[in-house]
Design a protein around this ligand. Structure first.
Ligand code: ATP
Length: 349
């Protein structure tokens, strides 16, 4: 059972606290992504799980065994980096086998595992080549093979796709996920790319300033962000300060907002009457609704192909909209509506 259980983890570098009170459990075979802006503590958390750092406080269990003070080589983890870190003078085959040799695994067993790995990663024809004779995508697969051949229970990825171009990134993404599923590996994956996190993960842990803002499946992060930070970081949002003036029926709230009075059916109302609320640029309905309507003046327009981004002004409050209609231009007034379930309540101010 390659589970990961992290409890009350804290990491200080001198007086600077890089991670604060991190608690999370990762199930066997689960793919969890650490997502957040530069400096939020993603790599530090990965290094703590792999054993390259020791926490100031808190504990880490892998497969129910406390490994907080266990060195990396004695943890059931393998690490896959962004800079593939292949040995340039060793063949692809020798690179992949490297860890097995270190562990003094017999030659026939190494041969069997290498053949199996090369097959899984479509690297059979490359085994006698040197790393510089391979493309970036192939080198990334070698790095993956080198980690997977150790048959770890837990695989840790540190921005493994950041050296690849956009097209290759998509295909390696799919491949990483396929191999992780086929081998039922527990995976922790670091990225600062929100679309990568949403596309790949069972759950995404959003970190900001060393604390967890929210850890949830991608759909939940998008549809029910817990904080303004998550709402804005995942997909972008129009965030406004509102006043809750009443509950018209259970779970349905009346709000005073910069756009006028709006009804919200989405969220938990935290204690306190002044809160933040948000709505997604793409959830606006143009001229379709009879509730939650407001008039917006278009101030800017950016055609994006399948949709158009509009910047609008509503009562002096600027908002962003996305619409499939390409025929709306600056200076026009448009009638907008929001479904009450698309007005999402966030935290108290
Ligand atoms: P990036 O996306 O830029 O890689 P990150 O989220 O992975 O960022 P970390 O590398 O985990 O961020 O760093 C978190 C914070 O801890 C940063 O402010 C960083 O400067 C600090 N930090 C990391 N390692 C050390 C260290 N060895 N000594 C002092 N401060 C450190």
């Amino acid at each position: 059972m390659s589970t990961i259980d992290i409890e009350g983890l804290e990491m200080r570098f001198g007086v600077f606290t890089a991670l604060k009170d991190i608690s999370v459990s990762v199930k066997e075979g689960e793919f969890v992504t650490l997502l957040g802006p530069s400096g939020c503590g993603k790599t530090t958390l990965l290094k703590l799980i792999s054993g390259f750092l020791t926490p100031t406080n808190g504990s880490i269990k892998i497969a129910n065994k406390d490994v907080t003070l266990t060195p990396p080589e004695h943890r059931d983890t393998a690490l896959c980096f962004q800079s593939y870190a292949l040995f340039p003078h060793l063949t692809i085959g020798d690179n992949i086998e490297f860890g097995l040799k270190q562990q003094k695994i017999s030659k026939p067993e190494r041969g069997r595992r290498l053949a199996e790995m090369a097959g899984q990663l479509a690297l059979d024809a490359q085994l006698d080549k040197l790393p510089n004779q391979l493309s970036g995508g192939q080198q990334q697969r070698v790095a993956l093979g080198r980690a997977l051949i150790m048959r770890p229970g837990v695989i840790l990825f540190d921005e493994p796709l950041s050296n690849l171009d956009a097209k290759l990134r998509d295909s390696v993404r799919v491949e990483i996920r396929r191999i992780q599923r086929e081998n039922n590996l527990t995976a922790v994956y670091v990225t600062h790319d929100q679309s990568e996190a949403l596309a790949m993960s069972d759950r995404v842990m959003v970190l900001n300033g060393g604390v967890i803002e929210q850890c949830a499946p991608p759909e939940e992060l998008y549809n029910a962000p817990a904080t303004s930070f998550v709402a804005d970081f995942i997909g972008g949002a129009n965030i406004m300060e509102v006043e809750v003036t009443g509950e018209t029926e259970p779970g349905v709230y009346k709000l005073n907002t910069p756009l006028g009075v709006l009804i919200s059916k989405s969220g938990r109302v935290p204690p306190g009457k002044r809160i933040r609320a948000c709505w997604r640029p793409e959830s606006v309905k143009l001229g379709e609704l009879s509730v939650n309507t407001f008039t917006a003046k278009v101030t800017d327009r950016q055609f994006q192909g399948s949709y158009t981004d509009l910047h609008v002004d509503v009562n002096g409050h600027s908002c962003g909209l996305k619409t499939p209609n390409p025929n709306i231009f600056p200076g026009e007034n448009i009638d907008c509506g929001l479904d009450p379930s698309d007005v999402i309540l966030l935290e108290a101010i």
